[in-house]
Design a protein. Structure first.
Length: 537
């Protein structure tokens, strides 16, 4: 019996007759430190894995009690019967947030086939998970003189414009920043330094709070053509940073009738959101800097610290976990972001509307978030279609709707979390469905192909109707009357249909007396004409 391969969530041990209890405890600690998993005894260590059975730990309740006592985790265990012997499975939960699991004076992790103490960088990352909001902490040696009056005035102006509260104009700088929680008990928070700090104050108190811009003329270029270090309050340089990017921002043009439309390589909204995201979510305990690297057709934004706890590239649109909440709230107050957590939605939605690839986090690891924004417009027909849909319908579309349309455009399989939006888009006349059950497919509606002058492509993608598919099957069966047609050959005739759909059409043709079948199962062959006797399909 072949078992799945070992990974960070599974550990297999043969343990036919016994197993060391101390080693079991270490492995359970390592699994907990790596997010939880299962320790399986009675399965061979090396692939292909076979069940051999295990007689270790005959008193599971006592073993469980010992694990709970030593690790302070609720570990469950069960014995699973198998013809080759019982398999013993220990179910190990994940460690608590910010708390690595210790045993015998060490925090254990796995390294290949070995158990080793966790590295300092991994321990630091875990301990930081449950730490307080760094940006809300007071910088002990900073005072109000460390903040730039120009940045404070800019913050006041933006907050006033966003809130409409005229009283903000009457407050002193200290009162204003206290109300914004950028001062706490008279002390300057790190959020205030990051957003409003004078250059000399950042150099003295938080030099890592810098953004470095580089421009390279080619992706293979080692040397940069321009570099600018911004080590001052973010509100002092965010417009200048965008202006530098925009200097080399080429425009893609496409034609719609007599009208010419422009799409910039780098959308201002998307770029600003990416930079705001890096500044508000980076780990300021890490000595690295935020980098913004511009190339002719792409922009890279890297920030120290990896994703916040619980965030991945897969769930980044569904979950929010601000690492520096005080900074995020200040951005919201002064209108740099509409609402916390919505910036990522805006980045994805805008990129799809412009016919560009989605924001790409594929280079992200535990030490940095690596975001790539691609500037090349891939499908101007799709852009035109989305614009026409927006102008012709009163329906409102969510980010999930645009993600689904992008999946269908690229011909990819629709993920489970987007399937419930397909019905809404069909009712809006944006999507169409073909087939049933497992053979269900979605395509952009007929008006997309009519709009782009690709009616033939629509017919090909939608496939033939039921009658045409039956005619194709019958023609093939008639052409191969002497030897008969097996189901595998008929599947090649109508490639877009599932096995069940093909059998349904054959059943209809048989009922009409057009074909009959000889043989059973894999030996079945379809022949033209009505059956003689009681041939069974």
């Amino acid at each position: 019996m072949t078992k799945p391969s070992e990974d960070e969530h599974l550990e297999f041990k043969e343990a036919k007759s016994c197993y060391d209890s101390g080693k079991l405890t270490k492995y359970c600690a390592a699994l907990a430190n790596e997010g939880g998993g299962k320790m399986v005894l009675g399965v061979t260590d090396k692939p292909p894995r076979q069940v051999v059975g295990s007689q270790a730990f005959s008193t599971l309740e006592r073993t469980k009690a010992g694990l709970i006592r030593d690790l302070r985790l609720r570990i469950d265990a069960e014995e699973i019967p198998h013809p080759n012997g019982h398999v013993v499975v220990f179910h190990v939960p994940s460690r608590p947030i910010g708390q690595p699991i210790q045993y015998k004076g060490a925090y254990w992790m796995r390294a290949g086939e070995e158990l080793v103490p966790m590295t300092p960088d991994m321990l630091k990352r875990i301990f930081n998970e449950a730490g307080p909001d760094f940006s809300a902490e007071v910088c002990p040696r900073a005072d109000l003189s460390c903040l730039s009056p120009k940045a404070v005035a800019h913050f006041r102006q933006r907050w006033h414009r966003k809130s409409g509260n005229s009283r903000l104009e009457e407050l002193s700088d200290e009162e204003l920043l206290t109300n914004a929680e950028l001062l706490c008990d008279g002390g300057v928070t790190y959020a205030a330094l990051i957003l409003l700090g004078a250059p000399e104050a950042l150099n003295r108190h938080l030099a890592e709070a810098e953004v470095i811009f580089e421009y390279r003329s080619g992706e293979d270029s080692i040397r940069f053509q321009q570099r600018q270090n911004y080590r001052e309050g973010f509100l002092l340089f965010h417009d200048d940073l965008w202006n530098k990017i925009n200097l080399r921002n080429e425009v893609h043009q496409y034609q719609e009738g007599f009208f010419r439309h422009d799409i910039p390589t780098f959308n201002e909204v998307v770029v600003r959101e990416a930079i705001l995201n890096a500044v508000s979510h980076r780990d300021y305990r890490d000595a690295g800097s935020v980098f913004v690297r511009q190339f002719p057709r792409k922009l890279e934004v890297t920030s120290p610290g990896g994703f916040p706890e619980g965030i991945t590239a897969e769930n980044i649109l569904r979950r929010q976990s601000p690492r520096n909440r005080r900074i995020a709230e200040a951005f919201e107050r002064c209108g740099l972001v509409e609402k916390s957590g919505q910036g990522m939605d805006l980045m994805f939605e805008t990129s799809i509307k412009e016919g560009k690839p989605r924001p790409d986090f594929s280079g992200t690891d535990a030490w940095q978030v690596y975001l790539t924004l691609w500037g090349e417009v891939q499908d101007t027909d799709f852009v035109l279609f989305l614009e026409r849909v927006a102008s012709e319908t009163s329906e409102t579309f969510s980010t999930s709707d645009f993600l689904l349309l992008d999946v269908v455009r690229r011909g990819d399989r629709i993920p489970k979390d987007l399937r419930d939006r397909a019905r809404h888009l069909r009712e809006a006349g944006v999507l169409e469905r073909t087939g049933r059950g497992r053979g269900t497919r979605y395509l952009l509606s007929r008006r997309f192909y009519r709009l782009t002058g690709k009616k033939g492509a629509y017919t090909r993608k939608r496939g033939l109707d039921r009658g045409a598919n039956k005619a194709l099957l019958l023609r093939h069966i008639e052409d191969n009357a002497s030897e008969g047609s097996p189901l595998r050959d008929l599947a090649d005739v109508v490639l877009d249909l599932t096995r069940g759909q093909i059998l349904g059409l054959l059943k209809e043709l048989k009922k009409e007396g057009s074909i009959h079948v000889l043989g059973r199962n894999r030996g079945a062959r379809w022949h033209p004409g009505p059956s003689i006797g009681d041939a069974d399909s």
